[in-house]
Write a protein that binds this ligand. Structure first.
Ligand SMILES: Cc1cc2nc3c(=O)[nH]c(=O)nc-3n(C[C@H](O)[C@H](O)[C@H](O)COP(=O)(O)O)c2cc1C
Length: 198
């Protein structure tokens, strides 16, 4: 099994989403001992925000490519090749201002490409990234899985929508919740790790 592990917290060893992501990866490896793991820290090696040159590289036919466009499309081509090659994608998701970290959004902007990861046919859009399993390791200061803040969570619903649009519909989310809440923070990680079911 080929595992792609994406990290999007800049907090390294103290990050809860990284710890939870690592716990998911460990369980996957225990269940599939011959697995290979590719880990990308999107915060230390970020994908560039989409600029005009990237968009031109996405939409220019190959025969009209310049050296500049060839360079610009590399990030996207490499990320898509790696994604297509993976069987399982584990994504660490720190909740920032009700949404995902901007480095994870930048990665998504480079993998969502018409003709490569989705297409439009007579039947509407079709996701081309098929047969993957996706695990989200979400970490948040408050509680969003239930209760009054549920509708403020734009991490899981957004990732289900955009990755689902690309074909990644087999997704499970696990959460370290309430890491800033005195009554919940001490048990939050342990509870999240216990909740992991592959
Ligand atoms: C810039 C920033 C924005 C945050 N926004 C929210 C928020 O909107 N809601 C919330 O519950 N927690 C918020 N938090 C708390 C984080 O979700 C929490 O610290 C989480 O554990 C971060 O993930 P990490 O431990 O993997 O770095 C924020 C933290 C930071 C640094």
């Amino acid at each position: 099994m080929k595992i792609l592990h994406l990290i999007s917290s800049p907090r390294g060893a103290v990050s809860f989403s990284i710890k939870l992501g690592n716990a998911i990866v460990e369980k996957l490896v225990t269940a599939n001992p011959n697995s290979t793991i590719t880990t990308h820290d999107l915060t230390s090696s970020p994908f560039p925000h989409l600029e005009e040159v990237h968009l031109n590289s996405f939409y220019t036919p190959l025969e009209n490519f310049t050296p500049e466009l060839t360079e610009a499309v590399k990030h996207s081509n490499e990320a898509i090749a790696e994604l297509m090659d993976a069987d399982v994608i584990v994504i660490g998701v720190p909740l920032y201002n009700f949404g995902i970290h901007s480095t994870l959004k930048a990665w998504i902007d480079h993998i969502a490409r018409a003709g490569q990861t989705f297409s439009y046919s007579g039947n509407g859009p079709e996701g081309l990234v098929k047969g993957k399993k996706v695990y989200l390791a979400i970490s948040s200061g408050g509680v969003y899985s239930e209760g009054p803040m549920k509708s403020y969570d734009f991490t899981e619903p957004y990732l289900r929508a955009v990755l689902g649009f690309l074909g990644m519909v087999d997704m499970k989310a696990f959460r370290v919740e309430g890491v800033n809440m005195p009554d919940l923070k001490d048990q939050a990680l342990e509870k999240a790790i216990e909740s992991i079911v592959l």
